[in-house]
Design a protein around this ligand. Structure first.
Ligand code: FAD
Length: 494
């Protein structure tokens, strides 16, 4: 087996995981990162003693991090200690304006289902059956849709593909996620609870296919977790593993052009004019700038590039004086009319007067993330991926609507001691994510999974793609699975 000279463009979680895998096989790997630090969307902000994870807050499928750890010998000099994380006893505290107490989504699903029965009168068994449906759909599809390239013939000759075909009638293939949840659960709040999972890949439950019902299993079947040093520890750990394997990570080194001889990649030219020779190039940059800026002389896949983007977010990072007993690590303050909220996002870009508000407070689990007597609130609202809509005035309006929503639902006005804001425009400028989308293309159609860009180029030999804008999609677990797919394809090609 020959070894390659590899350049990975981008040190997001997908790029770093790919670098670890390719280096563990003995390839010589360089990572070019445009910004001055690794991690992409998994960045960090510290202000007045409050530490905030700037992007993702929910950590699922930790076994994928363990898999990467296992690739690097324990006694390798400079190797970081194994990745450490906590297993949580609950995922989220859910609030509705007209309900006295929050609903706690316990990891113990029977307990959660019993609480739901007592609260809403829907049989606990109905909830358990719905979760079982999610597990079955996840187990049946993961081997094809998540763990392999959908674009390689070999995928359809695997045992997983045959199993999927033979039991395809068991999958929720018809209708939208919202229709499935309404039909199965027959209670608007319970349906809203399950509809929320469409937002885990930036989609609208009223348009996304019922197949997205695989997502609840990640949280309720596999569980929710938290890295002991916060989410930022994920890219730092991956960078540490990569460096111990000899990967060279060059920050402030934006790639400018992918070089090729017409059929095979030959390297990457960076913005400083330095050429990095390579026979294998992996782009972890968003697919849009990859084609538009890095490969301007190649034909681009217009149909894929024109796909609707996933939602973006406006996020307020608030240092808050005081502690709030009802709130947990993850909190959702639901809007009264979810469908109207998503319609408003589609039409105006904004969730409107009654937004669903997500509040993440890591200091609940990691006390050193905020000074004594304070909390670090990460407050996210779904908005459309359109930077042009989010100027100062629009942000100020949303801020007023969010504070009013918090007041109506929790009966408090947070005592904010420091503040920072992230908008679709700043997400785009900081990470290169086209239009500031959080998860690449949306999954608002049945075809979306098949329209995600392939992981291996059919145009240029030696060119591969990973990260949230390509197959299998956005979110940390999928980006880590994408890295595994790229590594396997590249290995087959060597
Ligand atoms: C606010 C927010 C909340 C989120 N919440 C969650 C969550 O709770 N759970 C979850 O699993 N996921 C969540 N996500 C999604 C998740 O963060 C992403 O899907 C994932 O981090 C994307 O990783 P990636 O590998 O695609 O790289 P990215 O994070 O997109 O990073 C790409 C990297 O490439 C670099 N780059 C771009 N162009 C170039 C170039 N030309 N040269 C060199 N470098 C370049 C960028 O600087 C960047 O560092 C959230 C995202 C955001 C923004």
């Amino acid at each position: 087996m020959s070894h390659s000279q590899v350049v990975v463009i981008g040190a997001g979680v997908g790029g770093l995981a790919t670098a670890v895998r390719l280096a563990a096989r003995g390839n010589a790997v360089t990572v070019l990162e445009a910004s001055d630090e690794v991690g992409g969307k998994l960045a960090e902000h510290v202000e007045a003693g409050h530490r905030f994870d700037r992007g993702p807050s929910l950590f699922t499928m930790p076994e994928l991090m363990e898999e990467l750890d296992a690739l690097v010998p324990q006694d390798l000099p400079g190797r970081p200690a194994p990745f450490r994380y906590k297993t949580l006893d609950r995922s989220t505290h859910y609030f509705w304006e007209d309900e006295e107490e929050p609903l706690i989504a316990w990891t113990d699903t029977q307990r959660m289902a019993t609480d739901m029965e007592q609260r809403w009168g829907v049989k606990a068994q109905t909830v358990m059956d719905h979760l079982k449906g999610s597990k079955d759909a996840f187990d049946l599809t993961r081997g094809v849709f998540l763990e392999r390239s959908l674009h390689e013939r070999s995928t359809y000759r695997t045992g997983a593909a045959w199993r999927l075909l033979s039991r395809i009638w068991q999958l929720p293939l018809l209708g939208t996620m919202a229709q499935l949840n309404r039909r199965k659960l027959r209670h608007p709040k319970l349906a809203q609870f399950f509809n929320r999972y469409a937002t885990y890949n930036g989609s609208d439950p009223h348009r996304a296919p019922a197949m997205l019902h695989v997502i609840p299993h990640l949280e309720h079947g596999i569980g929710t977790f938290l890295p002991e040093e916060g989410m930022r520890a994920i890219p730092l750990h991956l960078a540490g593993l990569a460096q111990s394997l000899g990967v060279q990570i060059l920050t402030q080194s934006p790639a400018d052009r992918i070089l090729h001889d017409g059929t095979q990649v030959t390297g990457v030219l960076d913005k400083h004019g330095v050429e990095h020779p390579a026979d294998l190039v992996v782009s972890n940059a968003d697919l849009h700038p990859t084609y538009r800026h890095l490969l301007p002389d190649r034909k681009s896949p217009e149909r894929i590039l024109k796909q609707e983007r996933s939602t973006s977010g406006v996020i307020f990072y608030w240092g808050v004086r005081g502690t709030h007993e009802d709130l947990g690590l993850h909190n959702i303050l639901f809007s009264k009319d979810y469908q109207a909220e998503f319609a408003s996002i589609a039409q105006t870009g904004s969730p409107g007067e009654d937004p669903t508000v997500y509040i993440n407070i890591t200091s609940k689990e990691l006390p050193k993330d905020a000074p004594d007597g304070h909390e670090n609130w990460f407050v996210l609202m779904n908005v459309s991926a359109d930077p042009s809509q989010w100027g100062e005035e629009a942000v100020a309006t949303l801020r007023r609507q969010v504070l009013a929503k918090i007041q109506r639902t929790l009966g408090v006005r947070p005592d904010i001691v420091c503040e920072q804001v992230l908008t679709p425009g700043t997400i785009e400028s900081m990470t290169g994510s086209w239009r500031g989308a959080l998860y690449g293309a949306s999954s608002n159609s049945t075809a979306a999974a098949f329209l995600r860009h392939r992981n291996r180029s059919t145009d240029l030999r030696g060119l591969y793609f990973c990260g949230g804008s390509v197959h299998p999609g956005g979110g940390i677990p999928l980006c880590l699975l994408g890295a595994r797919i790229v590594d396997e394809l590249a290995h087959q090609d060597q």
